[in-house]
Design a protein around this ligand. Structure first.
Ligand code: ARG
Length: 221
C-alpha cells in the first residue's frame, strides 16, 4: 500500500484483534485491581501493625519495580521455580491487576483518609459498629471522591498493557509488531498502533468526563 490509510485498511484485521485483547486486558486489570487495591488500602488503615506492614510492603514493591519485570517473573519465574504455569493471557491479566492494585490502593487510602472525620464520628455516635460505618458511610464517599483518579488509572493501564506483547499476548502492540515484521515497514505499523491507542484513551477520557459530570450533578456542596 502506498499511504498510511490504505496500509491501515489492508491490515485492519490485525489491529481489530489487537484492540480486543488490549481492551479485555485493561478492563479486567482495572476491575481486579480495584478489588485488590481496596482490600490492600483497608489492611493499610486497619490499625493492625502486621497487616499494615504487609500492605506497605506490597505497594512499595509493586510500585517501585518495573511492571515488565513483574510480568516476566509471573510468567517465567513462577513456572521455572515452582512449576506454577499460566497462559500468556492469564499472566498478562494477573500482572496488570496486581500492579494496578498497588497504585489503586494508594488512591483509595488517600480517598478514605480524605473523608471528613465527622462522618465516622456521627455514624459511631448513632451506635454503628466501626466496620459497618466504614462499609456503609466512609468507603462509598471515598470511592466517589477518587473516581477521577480511577479513570486515570484505566487510561494508564490501556497504554501500559502494551508490555504484555513481550510474552506473546496478541494485543495491539503485538499485532503492530506482527504487521511490521510481515511488511518490512518500520514506521506505518507503529504509527497506526499509536493512533489507535490515542483514539482509545481519548474516547475513554471523554466517557469518564461525562460520567463524572453526571455523578457530581447531584452534589450541591
Ligand atoms: N511503566 C511503569 C512501570 O513499569 C508504570 C506502571 C504504571 N502502572 C500503573 N498501574 N499506574 O512501573
Amino acid at each position: 500500500p502506498t499511504n498510511i490509510f490504505s496500509f491501515f485498511w489492508k491490515y485492519r484485521g490485525f489491529y481489530a484483534d489487537g484492540v480486543k485483547y488490549t481492551l479485555l486486558l485493561s478492563a479486567l486489570g482495572v476491575l481486579f485491581g480495584f478489588l485488590i487495591g481496596l482490600i490492600v488500602a483497608l489492611l493499610r488503615l486497619s490499625g493492625v501493625k502486621i497487616l499494615k506492614w504487609i500492605a506497605v510492603a506490597y505497594t512499595e514493591v509493586l510500585r517501585g519495580t518495573p511492571m515488565l519485570v513483574q510480568l516476566l517473573i509471573i510468567h517465567f519465574g513462577l513456572a521455572s521455580a515452582f512449576d506454577i504455569r499460566f497462559t500468556v493471557l492469564q499472566s498478562g491479566i494477573i500482572t496488570l491487576s496486581i500492579n494496578s492494585s498497588a497504585y489503586l490502593a494508594e488512591i483509595f487510602r488517600a480517598g478514605i483518609q480524605g473523608v471528613d472525620k465527622g462522618q465516622m464520628e456521627a455514624a459511631r455516635s448513632l451506635g454503628m459498629p466501626r466496620g459497618m460505618a466504614m462499609r456503609t458511610i466512609v468507603i462509598p464517599q471515598a470511592i466517589k471522591s477518587v473516581l477521577p483518579a480511577i479513570g486515570n488509572e484505566f487510561v494508564v493501564i490501556i497504554k501500559e498493557s502494551s508490555i504484555v506483547s513481550f510474552i506473546g499476548v496478541a494485543d495491539l502492540m503485538f499485532q503492530a509488531n506482527a504487521v511490521r515484521t510481515l511488511t518490512y515497514s518500520g514506521l506505518y505499523p507503529l504509527v497506526i498502533a499509536a493512533a489507535i491507542y490515542l483514539v482509545m484513551t481519548l474516547i475513554l477520557s471523554k466517557l469518564l468526563n461525562v460520567f463524572e459530570r453526571r455523578l457530581s450533578a447531584g452534589d450541591n456542596r
